[in-house]
Design a protein around this ligand. Structure first.
Ligand code: SF4
Length: 346
């Protein structure tokens, strides 16, 4: 089928309104960049989901980083996206301005070099992410073990997406289908969504990131909905295998174990964390969820945005009080956050 025929069919859809959640921020960006909404019927609503790890990181986690950075001969290593996320009193940017030592890294492996070159400094690496980045954190621990690096620890906030989707399916009954995340699926595999598709009777379609990939996935979802089907369909087969990346998953099982995790704006989701196993707790800089219980900033609708109840433009603070330069909630801070993406593109 030609792409124009796909567009014509999606554009002319006039059935009951359909809500499709795109789980990851890269899909949200691509939907804007490729003008996907203008190519489909307004009755097909694309909504964002919880796929930005920075947005769901709790303020108590940020507090642990800022407190560490302010100690003598201590330094926090982090990705740039984390710098502006507010803790209960300050962000890492503010901690740095107050004399804290914070260094931005472009690759987690740079943390090893940093620790080897400055043995007199204690480092804490902000290991935030989903299954996609977790194998690199496992490799870090492997190298730390082999090279006996003792002045570096990981403060992990590594989340797994399937328990979060299960949480959403259980509570947000009006979401009709899911555009499954491409990058995470490379690790977890298409099989990881089968139980959800069966249990909640919803299509889960894995898509690549080009405009035509997304259109084809939306078309597949609509085809399934029209015929009353609810299947997992892998439309990103060049990168995603049925069982995922088995080598990476074996590495994860060696270094991490599952646990409950706190998602900012949502609360605790069972079995949604990957934490260093007991035998590797020597590398763990305090990755626990005790004390993580917080309200979102007043007026901020990040919870609704993350759970697909409203899009960012439906938040009264969007673009008025809340902007990337003056972010009220975490979804505006990160380049992968739905509010930030909507701000840049709408
Ligand atoms: Fe929160 Fe700002 Fe997004 Fe509104 S626009 S939901 S205040 S981050």
């Amino acid at each position: 089928m030609k792409i124009q025929e796909v567009i014509d069919e999606l554009k002319s859809y006039d059935g009951k309104p359909v809500k499709i959640m795109e789980v990851c921020g890269t899909h949200t960006s691509s939907i804007f960049k490729n003008g996907i909404r203008s190519m489909i019927s307004p009755k097909i609503k694309l909504i964002s989901g919880p796929g930005c790890p920075v947005c769901v990181t709790s303020s108590a986690y940020i507090d642990r980083l800022t407190e560490f950075s302010l100690k003598e001969d201590h330094c926090v290593l982090t990705f740039g996206d984390m710098m502006k996320v507010k803790g209960s009193s300050m962000s890492l940017t503010e901690a740095k301005a107050a004399g804290g030592k914070v260094k931005i890294l472009y690759s987690p492996l740079m943390a090893l070099t940093e620790a080897r070159e400055h043995k007199n400094i204690q480092y804490l690496f902000a290991a935030v992410g989903f299954e996609t980045t977790a194998p690199i954190y496992a490799l870090m621990m492997e190298e730390m073990k082999q090279k006996n690096i003792t002045n570096l620890k990981l403060l992990t906030s590594v989340k797994t997406i399937v328990p979060a989707l299960s949480y959403i399916c259980e509570r947000e009954k009006n979401i009709d289908a899911f555009l499954s995340p491409g990058h995470v699926s490379v690790i977890t595999g298409a099989d990881s969504y089968r139980e959800l598709a069966e249990k909640y009777r919803k299509p889960f379609v894995i898509a690549g990131f080009e405009g035509e990939h997304i259109l084809a996935a939306v078309y597949e979802i609509m085809r399934q909905l029209k015929t009353g089907r609810y299947e997992v369909k892998n439309m990103y087969a060049t990168a995603v295998k049925e069982k995922g990346n088995e080598k990476a998953r074996a590495l994860l099982s060696e270094y991490f174990e599952q646990g409950d995790d706190f998602w900012r704006g949502i609360g605790i989701i069972e079995n949604s964390a990957l934490r260093p196993k007991k035998e590797y707790e020597i590398f763990d800089g305090g990755s626990r969820i005790e004390g993580m219980n917080e309200e979102m900033p007043k007026g901020c609708k990040c919870t609704d945005v993350i759970l697909g109840r409203r899009n960012p433009a439906e938040c009264p603070l969007f673009k008025t009080v809340c902007t990337p330069l003056h972010a009220i909630g975490p979804c505006m801070v990160s380049s992968e956050g739905a509010c930030g993406i909507w701000y840049q593109n709408s």
